[in-house]
Design a protein around this ligand. Sequence first.
Ligand SMILES: [Zn+2]
Ligand SMILES: [Zn+2]
Length: 399
Amino acid sequence: MKIAPEVAALVPEMKAWRHHIHAHPETAFEETATSAFVADKLRSFGLEVHTGLAKTGVVGSLRSGRGDAVEAFAIGLRADLDALHIQEKSGATHASRIPGKMHACGHDGHTAMLLGAAAALARRKNFDGTAYFIFQPAEENEGGGRVMVEEGLFERFPMRAVYGMHNWPQKPFGTFAMRAGPLMGAFDIFEIVATGKGAHAAMAYTGKDPMLFVAHAISALQTIVARNLHPLDAGVVSITQVHGGDTWNVIPQEIVLRGTVRTFEPHVQELIEQRMRAIVAGTAAMFEMTATVRYERRYPATVNDETETKHAIAAATAVVGAANVDTDPTPNMGSEDFAFMLQAKPGCYVWLGAGRGADTPNVHNPHYDFNDDALAIGASYWVTLAEQQLAVRAGQKAA
Ligand SMILES: [Zn+2]
Ligand SMILES: [Zn+2]
């Protein structure tokens, strides 16, 4: 393990920052105290700080050497600020002080690691160009990354590439994993409303029973993946809610189904939506009722650029050694709004192994707590990546 001395020296501070953020979790677009904390720290390291992008987003800019702020000599490193609506049960001394809110995805750790990297890079000043430190709000559900891109992140801060990192408790501590191409899935949601004709349950022949629609539609929708998808293409159709009916003896007028679709490839996403609409229309017709489908594309797939993935592999290898870098992990159908940044800029999103054995609670679990031992590794990865990608150019003394 190769940890820069400047990073090693910052570990106690990174831990303290992480614990402070963890104890004071804030959710989507309400990360005002976290955002102010980050902005203060960045200023104290001597960075130029820009606030207010996507409401609570923060961008710190650090120039070194020639300090060119041109696209060719600038990169972005991104962390997320938000917590989740979960009641914490970790029992940690730094556990959430806000009822019902918790840093259960480790974004507290991501923020602390990126702050540590900013501090270390500012001390080392061993690169030529501009490093942007992007702290985005609302990664969970609300697409803060998309809002930052829409509000001009890459126009205001021109950069060649953008990089993201997420702690991964299900992967061994001290490892990295990344691959070129899709790493995480596209996240779509759907709502199906079937409208029949309500009736007395004892006189079902006088109505049109939407329960029948539900019984057939759920089975039929599962045939999309089983029967319509190429066996080597990946897709998930999950129906997660059924709402309808109020009492014993009434056939309801209407039933609502909701769920999520996960895919890696746009053509699979198209196919699933199209088959879903056809199955719903056909099932409704079969039972002489109407049904509507609202299909919403939330997050695209997280797709890593081939060249930038090589760069990420080089940085991770320099920190933890080639034996601890998995360059062909199985992609995951979870989703990540860093995908919006990767649609706008080439880049690479990596997983930082943070497991503590078989019983490590996974992210989004009320017992989860970010693994503090990973702070130095994550911050070292950022420092190494920035110094490799903005390497001091010949004939130029780093300042
Ligand atoms: Zn999460
Ligand atoms: Zn997360």
